[in-house]
Ligand binder design. Structure first.
Ligand SMILES: Nc1ncnc2c1ncn2[C@@H]1O[C@H](COP(=O)(O)OP(=O)(O)O)[C@@H](O)[C@H]1O
Ligand SMILES: O=C(CO)[C@H](O)[C@H](O)COP(=O)(O)O
Length: 557
């Protein structure tokens, strides 16, 4: 049989990345990145210029179609592969990245009469303006003893579907009524590719509290939140929910014309970005924690028993790899914190010096920060610039740096921020371990391990564990392509299970990052201090962060 290929498309926060991979060995024959033309919309709406409130994060669904129009034809062109040799397509997406659509499946923000309403647009995963709804969901679910709540670490996040849908109802009831369905962007893109709406069980499970046997929370719970929400599951969340690797449908004629692929090419149901990365690094058995390291970090782990761990983002049956429980935890901001400092925090002389040296500002800071020993900066930070996802699940918490002096240098601050995110990951690993879900090995993928060696060494030192690194530059997209090959099936030259695909296609680098014992000893002391700050500011001893946020809101209104 001639060679066969699949295309995986990873929709990240800032860009969409397509890879065309050889199904025999997973080699990435071609890849292409399309930056979203509208990026992250967090200040003003496109067109109307309507100003957005704090904690809002939206996107333009048209940008997702641009990724299909630009990156798919480009990977075909660069690869020299014939379209008929591409037998499957898979996509993964940030989640919960949700949008309201009308009865034709069109985003409400495509309707000129609705474009000036921020609620008609896509709510990106990092949209945190539904915290009030999330807090109320947690109060009611706890009071009612809802069985789903412990599966999500005891708290539902403002980043997820229920809180975001309720915010729309509360703040734009007319638009809520005009909504036929709330869809994950992953499922909306698959709908654009196939003409079929097929919800995937991964985003439903982790981001909409759906359970394989119990379904969504029951209507009595929704009614207890708000009588208007009672029919939510049967109406705006309705539709079949399918396991990962299911063939959602086949490429339509129209999409084939736009992408350069053949009509009828198999398309897999969508997936969550971090979850697709797990088979992409070859992890298909328990005990191996996969860190998808980018704007945020998602910590993915397989297990055999359902354990309820504080602050987990969910434990979902078959959620990552069929046959296992899939655990997810995370840190809402990691790369975003480094971006904040590079864009907002460094003094002009650093920009000038980096420009003169012909390096990026990250690289300028990394090189100088690497010269310090653990503890030498005298600084300690809490990595909560975009709230805390795990283990506290509280988007009203904020960032903190302790130890500034008149001598503090930019590279010292940069190092403290890198270290703080490592402490945040160690907190999550210890929560899994203490909760009875073993973590034996660490794997890292995403954009950060490829860009910052100091960061990875600090993670090895702080966690005192060797870290394996994905060989792929686009691991989530590789995983998505693998699911595309499963949707095509072995008869077409694909695979009949993701485990079969992973065994042939996934790879990690020979090089690993190993802990340095002298560093580990100091980081153990710093981590103890991090824990004290974590509990003091995060568990109610002081609510100063929330009071400051309330004062800010008051000053703005
Ligand atoms: N040299 C670097 N060191 C640390 N972080 C970096 C560096 N270069 C870029 N970043 C951060 O990486 C993040 C992008 O990660 P990536 O995995 O490529 O994208 P996504 O989060 O959209 O999947 C951004 O937050 C950016 O600030
Ligand atoms: O919550 C998520 C996965 O469960 C988001 O998709 C993830 O945090 C976004 O990641 P990034 O932009 O860093 O790739």
């Amino acid at each position: 049989m001639s060679k066969t290929y699949a295309i995986g498309i990873d929709y990240g926060t800032e860009s969409g990345r397509a890879v065309l991979v050889d199904l025999a060995d997973g080699m990435e024959v071609a890849d292409h990145v399309t930056e979203y033309p509208h990026g992250v919309i967090d200040e003003r709406l496109p067109g109307s210029g309507v100003r957005l409130e704090h904690d809002w994060a939206l996107q333009h669904p048209g940008d997702y179609l641009e990724v299909l129009r630009r990156s798919v034809p480009e990977v075909i062109r660069r690869s020299g592969v014939q379209p008929e040799e591409v037998i499957g397509i898979g996509i993964d997406f940030t989640a919960c990245t949700m949008l309201p659509v009308d009865a034709s499946g069109a985003p409400l923000c495509f309707d000129p009469s609705l474009q000036a309403n921020p609620h008609s647009w896509v709510k990106l995963w990092k949209h945190h303006a539904a915290q009030a709804e999330a807090s109320r969901i947690n109060e009611v679910a706890a009071a009612r003893g809802e069985a789903f709540l412990p599966r999500y670490g005891g708290k539902i996040s403002s980043e997820w579907m229920l809180a975001k849908a309720w915010q729309i109802l509360n703040e734009a009831p007319d638009l809520y009524e005009r909504t036929d369905l709330f869809l994950e962007a992953a499922d909306w893109v698959v709908y654009q590719l196939t003409g079929r709406i097929a919800r995937n069980s991964c985003t439903a499970g982790y981001k909409a509290n759906w359970h394989k046997r119990e379904g969504y929370p029951d209507s009595a719970f929704f009614k207890a939140l708000d009588p208007r929400l009672e029919p939510l599951a049967a109406t705006k969340l309705r539709g079949g929910i399918f396991p990962l690797g299911t063939r959602a449908g086949t490429l339509t004629e129209a999409m084939a014309a736009q992408t350069g692929l053949r009509p009828g090419t198999a398309v897999a149901v969508g997936n969550v970005d971090a979850h697709a990365a797990v088979p992409g690094v070859g992890v298909v058995t328990p005990g191996k924690l996969v860190m998808a390291m980018g704007t945020s970090i998602c910590h993915m782990l397989l297990g055999t028993e359902e354990k309820h761990i504080e602050g987990m983002c969910g434990v979902v049956e078959d959620g990552i790899i069929p046959g296992y429980l899939g655990y997810e935890a995370g840190q809402s901001a990691v790369g975003d914190i480094f971006a904040w400092y590079v864009e907002q925090g460094v003094p002009a002389y650093v920009r000038d010096a980096a420009a003169q040296e012909g390096t990026g500002i990250h690289e300028w800071l990394e090189r100088r920060a690497a010269a310090y020993r653990p503890g030498e900066t005298g600084l300690l930070a809490l990595d909560w610039w975009n709230g805390n996802r795990s283990v506290l699940v509280d988007t009203d918490l904020t960032g903190l740096i302790v130890g500034y002096t008149l001598q503090t240098k930019p590279e010292e601050v940069y190092r403290a921020l890198l270290e703080a995110t490592a402490f945040g990951t160690r907190k999550i690993i210890e929560a899994f371990q203490d909760g009875g879900v073993p973590v034996e090995q660490l794997y890292a993928c995403g954009g950060l391990p490829q860009r910052n060696r100091l960061l990875m060494q600090i993670y090895a030192d702080v966690t005192n564990r060797e870290i394996k690194i994905a060989d792929s530059k686009q691991t989530p997209a590789l995983g998505a392509a693998m699911f595309g090959a499963v949707a095509a099936g072995s008869a077409a030259g694909g695979y009949d299970s993701i485990v079969d695909a992973a065994q042939r296609m996934a790879r990690v680098r020979e090089e690993t990052f190993k802990p340095i014992p002298a560093h580990v000893a100091v980081y153990d002391q710093l981590y103890a201090e991090y824990n004290r700050l974590h509990d003091y500011f995060g568990r109610g001893a002081s609510d100063v962060m929330k009071r400051l946020k309330a004062l800010r809101e008051a000053a703005l209104h």
